[in-house]
Design a protein around this ligand. Structure first.
Ligand code: PMV
Length: 303
């Protein structure tokens, strides 16, 4: 079965673009290929839950990404694919990397090849430049490897340094703020901030890295309170970086008021999702978001 994972970043979004580490948990099998029919040439893709019908002749970023896909392998031969998804696009959950990972594998299959994980990630990275500008490679790593990963960007090919941690995902709830976002815009926002205020922005990256280390140490020693505290503190730094929104801030406060140990925006920000660590309080957090009018989509992740 051809499938790929989404991801929830617990620590390190944006800072990871500049070589700092990031810690993320996969959303297993978030995007799955449901049918694949070889064609002489060209690619057609349908992702029904996203209302997406695109191909190599389509205008826009998905069309551009598919054209990049077709150049990954020298041989000819295309396909028609149907894909199912249990994450929303534009929500900060790695949807574009997961779809790209599925399409790279589909292309390899119809052209009689088999890609290893690193080759898939390299292909995903090329396609992701359309959506992200200069992706760190984190989404591609989680899309192909799954699990809980510590990632650090190294070169430009998007493979990076990935350490798969033997940790069970903590009980997480993810809620969508109702506003889709564009990662490239948010990444550019941080790039502009870094140019305007290098010291202040690097200080934010330092703080994020320290919180990742504290949060991971707490998690590995079973201290979920410490993990939650570090997550909320990471949200505050992202706010300082200018990538939060009033809705995301309200969702973080609402989750904590409802008993979450910590909460933060996850992904590029500017909209998208909040992730809350809420062991035994998942229902309360979901209902509190619902009461605030935010429950458009929720996802629970746990061991
Ligand atoms: O919002 P997403 O799922 O596209 O994640 C973006 C994560 C960033 O760190 C902001 C960008 C990147 O390439 O890692």
């Amino acid at each position: 079965m051809i499938r790929a994972h989404g991801k929830v970043i617990l620590f390190g979004e944006h800072a990871v673009v500049y070589g700092r580490p990031a810690l993320a948990v996969a959303i297993p099998d978030a995007v799955v290929l449901t049918s694949l029919h070889p064609r002489k040439q060209g690619v057609r893709v349908t992702v029904e839950p996203w209302g997406l019908h695109a191909g190599d002749e389509s205008r826009g970023p998905v069309g551009d990404a598919i054209r990049i896909l077709l150049r990954l392998l020298p041989d000819s031969g295309g396909f028609e694919a149907r894909v199912s998804a249990r994450i929303l696009p534009g929500a900060g959950l790695g949807s574009s990397a997961a779809l790209s990972a599925v399409l790279v594998q589909a292309l390899a299959q119809v052209r009689g090849r088999s890609f290893d994980e690193e080759e898939i990630r390299r292909g995903v990275h090329k396609m992701e430049t359309v959506f992200h500008g200069s992706p760190s490679g984190l989404d591609g790593a989680l899309a192909t490897l799954g699990g809980v990963c510590l990632f650090r960007r190294t070169g430009a090919d998007g493979t990076g340094l990935v350490e798969r941690l033997h940790l069970q995902p903590p009980p997480l709830v993810v809620g969508f703020s109702g506003r889709a976002k564009t990662t490239a815009v948010m990444v550019q926002h941080v790039r502009d901030r870094l140019a305007a205020d290098p010291l202040g922005t690097e200080t934010c990256f330092d703080a994020i890295q320290r919180l990742l280390e504290e949060g991971l140490a707490a998690w590995t020693s079973g201290d979920l309170t410490g993990l939650g505290r570090a997550m909320t503190a990471n949200h505050m730094v992202l706010r300082e970086l200018g990538v939060s929104t009033p809705e995301l801030d309200i969702m973080v406060h609402t989750a904590i008021r409802a008993g979450a140990l910590g909460a933060k925006l996850t992904g590029g920000g500017g909209g998208g999702c909040v992730v809350a660590l809420a062991p035994g309080r998942e229902e309360e957090v979901v209902s509190a978001w619902h009461e605030e009018g935010f429950l458009i989509f929720t996802l629970r992740l746990s061991a």
